[in-house]
Design a protein around this ligand. Structure first.
Ligand code: PHB
Length: 375
């Protein structure tokens, strides 16, 4: 009889098991979806194989719920026995994932969550990030706001690692640039009861407001800020998540907003144009920063696996190849810091229609300080 088409010859390796732990529900659901699409797009560009191995996906909806994170990641590590974990969006969930990845020595690529500790005190040779540290976009936005001459700022965010660390980065750069943060406002994640906080902003009348929100929460915040009459009187700036993947839903309320981020829709390089066209043709929707980060997570994995020809047992060579790679990202080429976080340019962007249009560079080659990582 003919050999089964699923049989392996002796030189063939079994499929590589990739565990996708992303939010499929809640305020970050759309972000998780875009990360998965970006990741799979690059795998498809490689003919569906990385390092000669086909990919088998395992999926867990993490619900952006830190209290379920350890159980959820162990479904991938212990039950499914995955080779690589890709995830997630929420910093609190990602911190639990990093602990489990470190303890089990499972490779983890973080395609969004910025928790500073992941490439700081909790760093490990098997943990990589294709996105940013929370400090980075906060710091870049602080540079932009100080550069505009604003002196008195208020900040507003969700009270959790990403919000607090982003505000810290903003404050560091804004005060270094001669400004002063007069008050920090926050509400619990993923709350959207912004009214009392907007009332306080109206009464304090700062020169500028810095906000970190993302996903569904960012849509509501930008609309509420406008509806409260504040958009006309007090400039609103944010790390670019405030207006990324959200513009169709935000409509007129987002027009003209200035943000800083490591991506912009109209970066006019052949690399970005090709990425955007391919993504749009494949999924009938334009990519955003989350799609980009998923795509680059796959690029990083592809580089490592190509070097070891799909043999994950060669961990030293695999990690070394990823560490020293220059990633040809649609955002612009980037490298990884010694703590394995992208060192990358941060752009100034302005909302025009449904696009975050790059108008300048906020900070070139911004490296996370990587404080507390003992490599
Ligand atoms: C985070 O929790 O780290 C986070 C979530 C959404 C973003 C950015 C950071 O857009």
């Amino acid at each position: 009889a003919a050999a089964s088409s699923t049989a392996f010859t002796q030189t063939q390796l079994p499929p590589l098991k990739v565990g996708l732990m992303l939010p499929a529900t809640g305020t970050f659901a759309a972000l998780g979806d875009m990360i998965e699409r970006g990741f799979k797009l690059h795998v498809e560009e490689q003919g569906g194989k990385l390092g000669g191995r086909t990919i088998q996906y395992f999926k867990v909806d993490d619900e952006s719920d830190p209290s379920k994170a350890t159980d959820n990641v162990n479904k991938l590590i212990k039950r499914d026995n995955v080779d690589v974990i890709v995830g997630t969006v929420h910093s609190g969930v990602a911190l639990a994932m990093a602990r489990a990845a470190k303890d089990s020595n499972t490779m983890l690529i973080v395609p969004n969550a910025g928790a500073d500790a992941i490439t700081g005190p909790q760093c490990a040779p098997n943990i990589f990030r294709s996105s940013f540290s929370n400090w980075q976009p906060g710091y870049a936005t602080g540079v932009v706001a100080a550069g505009k001459g604003y002196k008195r700022a208020m900040t507003i965010t969700w009270n959790y690692a990403a919000g607090n660390e982003t505000v810290k980065g903003f404050t560091e750069a804004f005060e270094k640039g001669g400004g002063k943060v007069i008050k920090d406002l926050s509400l619990p994640f993923p709350g959207v009861e912004f009214q009392p906080l907007l009332t306080e902003i109206a009464s304090q009348k700062p020169d500028v407001v810095f906000a970190f929100f993302a996903g569904g929460g960012a849509v509501k915040f930008v609309k509420d800020y406008d509806a409260a009459g504040l958009k006309k009187s007090i400039p609103l700036v944010g790390s670019g998540f405030l207006t990324d993947g959200t513009l169709e839903a935000q409509g007129a309320s987002a027009q003209g907003l200035i943000t800083a981020l490591h991506y912009g829709d109209n970066i006019e390089t052949p690399r970005n144009t090709a990425f955007r066209n391919k993504f749009a043709v494949t999924y009938k929707v334009n990519p955003d920063v989350y799609a980009l980060q998923g795509y680059d997570a796959a690029q990083m994995l592809a580089i490592g696996l190509a070097t070891v020809k799909g043999d994950l047992g060669k961990k030293d060579a695999l990690y070394a190849a990823m560490n020293k790679a220059q990633i040809d990202s649609p955002r612009g080429k980037f490298t990884l810091s010694p703590q394995r976080n992208p060192t990358q340019d941060f752009y100034v962007r302005e909302v025009k229609g449904n696009y975050n249009v790059v108008t300048g560079i906020a900070v070139k080659a911004l490296a996370d300080p990587g404080r507390g990582c003992k490599p």
